[in-house]
Design a protein around this ligand. Structure first.
Ligand code: AMP
Ligand code: MN
Ligand code: MN
Length: 327
């Protein structure tokens, strides 16, 4: 009988003494939770894990056990990478942004719920129908009868919880809920996660939100709503990019809105755009026009332009897509 891909992946991982675990830059709850869960599971069987990211772990996820093991680096040389590299929740080198391409001698294992944009990984477990990478890590551990400790469960529950917007977004499938159920049974505390993620903000984040809400706008037909944050607002409130996590939920939560857009001026220049849809609009295809990506109902991209230009370009494409559906 052929071995299942999850068995093959785990067996491969178990053959190494040291593994580097990476995810995408500007890591979210799914990224951090998945990295820490798999790291803990591997460390428990004596495998050393090295965790790196281009960006700091956002404050909101610093309740997750082991978060401080994630080292912030600008780049990794091939010599700094373990013989085996696990990449989670990111399927292209640009999103990981720490190394260009693994050399021939490195084994790259990919676990993700995004459609890979390039050939990536020697071994891969990809399920684009999954709401989160955390659910795929849970499958990997369960299929290989790895003990899921309360710490691992907490990390994976946070992954599923955040990528489904607290079990509210359209990707909240019965599978996602079932994963939540199982992780709570393994010892994750749903109330702790909900309060850490959604009721633990620094006050100045709300000051920033107030300024951002002042920029709220919507299209005449009410189908598209948008909001923005400028560098000046960050300065005035003493906040940073991570404080805008979930701001896109505000335009999204307006009655009748199908597409929500959130624009953020970036310190390094250009604009970060978050796109969300409630049902039929495929925002990933709009994001991909600008080199970004994501899922049908949640996508993002970075545009090298002024805020005004980015807003114009993105809105034009969104309106075009809406018009296309009408025709
Ligand atoms: P965000 O708006 O940053 O929360 O991103 C929403 C989703 O879009 C993420 O979970 C990713 O799946 C995807 N995404 C965001 N930015 C990018 C990007 N630059 N390239 C590819 N996918 C992205
Ligand atoms: Mn992610
Ligand atoms: Mn994810």
């Amino acid at each position: 009988m052929a071995t299942s891909p999850l068995r093959e992946i785990w067996e491969k991982l178990c053959s190494y003494k040291e593994i580097t675990i990476l995810t995408h830059k500007s890591p979210d709850g799914d990224a951090i939770g998945s990295v820490l869960a798999i790291s803990t599971a591997l460390e428990r069987i004596g495998i050393t894990t090295r965790l790196y990211n281009r960006h700091d772990v956002p404050m909101v996820y610093r309740f997750l056990p082991g978060w401080e093991k994630i080292e912030v680096v600008d780049e990794l040389n091939p010599s700094e990478l373990s013989p085996c590299i696990v990449v989670l929740d990111a399927s292209d080198f640009g999103r990981v942004s720490l190394f260009k391409k693994a050399s021939e001698e490195k084994t790259v294992v990919l676990i993700d719920h995004h459609q890979p944009r390039e050939s990536f990984g020697d071994l891969a477990f990809i399920d684009t129908s999954s709401a989160s990478t955390g659910e795929l890590v849970l499958k990997l551990l369960e299929e290989n009868r790895v003990e899921i400790t309360p710490d691992i469960a907490l990390c994976l529950y946070t992954a599923v919880f955040t990528d489904t917007g607290g079990f509210r977004y359209p990707n909240t499938s019965s599978d996602a809920l079932y994963a939540g159920y199982k992780l709570a049974s393994y010892g994750a505390d749903p109330t702790l996660v909900a309060s850490q993620v959604y009721s633990n903000y620094p006050g100045n984040r709300h000051k920033l939100l107030g300024m951002a809400l002042n920029t709220l706008g919507w299209s005449e037909d009410g189908l598209v709503a948008w909001m923005e944050v400028t560098l000046e607002m960050f300065k005035a409130t003493g906040t940073k990019a991570e404080d805008t996590e979930d701001f896109v939920d505000f335009p999204r939560s307006i009655k009748g809105v199908e597409v929500a857009l959130f624009f953020r001026e970036r310190e390094v220049g250009g604009v970060k755009v978050s796109l969300r849809s409630k049902s039929w609009m495929d925002v990933a295809s709009v994001a991909s026009l600008f080199g970004g990506g994501g899922h049908k109902n949640a996508a993002g991209c970075e545009i090298d332009s002024t805020l005004t230009e980015a807003k114009e370009m993105i809105k034009a494409e969104v309106f075009k897509a809406i018009q296309g559906r009408r025709n």
